[in-house]
Write a new protein. Structure first.
Lengths: 301, 242
């Protein structure tokens, strides 16, 4: 049975009259890599701040590992990265050693293990001389100190170059495989999250629009064949010959999820059945299109 | 809380600029005292020390205030501490303990260092002179700790490093207490003895004269305790600034 690691119930955060979060209810199961997708200002960071106790919710509940009252106690066993920042005069090893002491970690090789993981081992220069990518990687290492069972990463690939993004992806996958940690990662780049996440949450204007598994998301965005015809009923009858029952109909358009590579066969059947075909093309809904369709719902509401 | 103290000490001891700063401070101090006393004359030992020590709250207290409080804000480290689930009241208390401890170490060394400079030039330091210096240093230490606690309210309330540091410097230069004392003078001149400089003066007087200083000492501790409670309250109410 899957164990719920993190849950929010109708979590709200209001700044003045503006809802940064509006009744957000999300669920993270153990072992999930939860991709929180939303545009800039959608409420991703605010949600993470509330989870980590850095902002006080205006309403709703947060339950971490079954704990609802003493959240500070469970937060000490979590890892997080929100706008990573460290002491500028300390090198990466010293910054992590500092955090180890703060967290009361005694594991001897913890710091070198993590520095190796994020490829900062042996780096002697102070944090102030770091590139953005190095800062992000150190932020990840800090979030993973003590092998937490739940890790919150806010925009870990923000500002990274293509190689940095690939490296970061590898680090996240590695961590998940090696420790089985549950991760919640925010980004506005859906295609990137798609490569690591097992579960998605779409957030816009503080509202969690949808939670969906990776499998279901791809089910909804897979290729389809769009056929525009003069007579839908006649077309449906013709399609039945090919074994297609109850295709999706939108006006005078029929959408098929099957027979994607058999448009020639379809055309032949349509001609022999006297169906006039105005348009026949294959279409793929990209993840971005899917997201924009969801977001559009909010914008147009 | 011990973990927090441990970590803070670790990062402070790895702050290379601290060693450079105190080395320069020691050299500068020796030069100033040498010039001022006309070559380490025994008759000016106490006066020189008291004049020079008057800057300790600014130069030593200011450094530790910046290192312990405003460095945290600049590095957004308070966010990490709170995110790790550390209770905000514990953070306030731990920071105060550290600022008192570190200032205490330097303030204890200061009279010894001053005496050693004179001893280096063949001038002995009497026990009486040393006692006077320690009494003065205790007063300055108490002022420094109280000013750090007071400016700490701004650290937690505003979370702006520059404002907090400027506030500390103004407190350490007695600008703030001077202004308040001027206002209090118009109401009742005795009231200014209940400001930090007045309270610590009373403690010093008690120490030197051998009279009881229990009342001003109690007043001091209540004052600092209230300031820490106010800091913890402000910090608990305030959301973390990113």
């Amino acid at each position: 049975m899957t164990r719920v690691v993190l849950q929010t119930h109708a979590l709200s955060k209001k700044y003045g009259s503006h809802f940064a979060l509006n009744k957000v209810s999300l669920t993270l199961n153990q072992g999930d890599i939860y991709g929180l997708v939303g545009r800039n200002g959608a409420g991703k960071t605010t949600l993470f701040k509330c989870i980590m106790g850095l902002a006080k919710p205006s309403g709703g509940k947060i339950i971490i590992n079954g704990e609802e009252e003493n959240l500070n106690a469970v937060r000490s066993q979590m890892g997080f990265m929100i706008n990573p920042s460290f002491f500028p005069y300390l090198n990466p090893k010293e910054n992590l050693e500092y955090l180890c002491r703060i967290k009361g970690l005694t594991a001897k090789n913890e710091v070198s293990r993590l520095l190796k993981l994020v490829e900062l081992e042996g780096v002697k220069k102070p944090y102030k001389a770091f590139s953005l990518g190095m800062k992000q990687r150190l932020g990840i290492a800090a979030a993973l100190l003590g092998s937490p069972s739940l890790v919150v990463l806010d925009e870990p690939i923000n500002g990274l170059d293509p190689q940095g993004i690939i490296d970061m992806r590898a680090v996240i996958k590695n961590v998940h495989e090696q420790t089985g940690a549950t991760l919640i990662i925010s980004s506005h780049i859906l295609s990137e999250l798609d490569l690591v996440a097992t579960q998605f949450g779409f957030i816009e204007q503080g509202v969690l629009l949808q939670e969906i598994s990776h499998k279901d998301l791809h089910e909804q965005t897979k290729n389809s064949l769009h056929i525009e015809v003069d007579d839908v009923e006649k077309t449906q009858a013709a399609l039945r010959v090919l074994g297609v029952r109850n295709p999706l109909v939108e006006g005078n358009r029929i959408i098929l999820q099957s027979h994607l590579d058999q448009s020639h066969k379809l055309a032949r059947v349509f001609v022999s059945s006297g169906v006039e075909v105005y348009d026949l093309h294959r279409k793929e809904t990209t993840l971005e299109e899917y997201f924009m369709r969801l977001v559009g719902g909010v914008q147009n509401a | 809380m011990l973990n927090l103290l441990h970590g803070e000490l670790y990062r402070l001891l790895h702050k290379r600029s601290m060693y450079i700063y105190f080395a320069l401070l020691a050299v500068g101090y020796a030069l100033i005292v040498f010039v001022r006393s006309g070559g380490f004359m025994p008759e000016s030992l106490v006066d020189d020390a008291i004049s020079a020590f008057a800057f300790l709250p600014v130069v030593v207290g200011g450094f530790f205030f910046a290192a312990l409080y405003t460095d945290d804000l600049s590095a957004k480290n308070l966010i990490s501490l709170v995110g790790f689930g550390i209770n905000k009241t514990k953070i306030v208390i731990a920071k105060f303990i550290l600022v008192a401890l570190l200032n205490g170490i330097v303030f204890v060394i200061a009279p010894v260092f001053h005496g050693a400079l004179y001893a280096l030039f063949g001038q002995g330091v009497s026990g009486e002179a040393l006692s006077l210096l320690y009494a003065d240093v205790l007063k300055l230490f108490l002022m420094t700790a109280a000013f750090s606690a007071l400016a700490g309210i701004l650290v937690y309330g505003l979370q702006r490093p520059t404002i907090a540091l400027v506030a500390y410097v103004l407190l350490a230069f007695n600008v703030v207490s001077g202004l308040i004392a001027t206002l209090l003078n118009m109401v009742d001149p005795l009231l200014k003895s209940h400001l930090i400089p007045g309270i610590t003066d009373n403690i010093l007087m008690g120490l030197i004269s051998g009279n009881s200083f229990v009342y001003p000492a109690a007043e001091y501790f209540v004052y600092v305790a209230l300031v820490l409670v106010a800091s913890a309250f402000v910090f608990t109410k305030k959301e973390m600034e990113f």
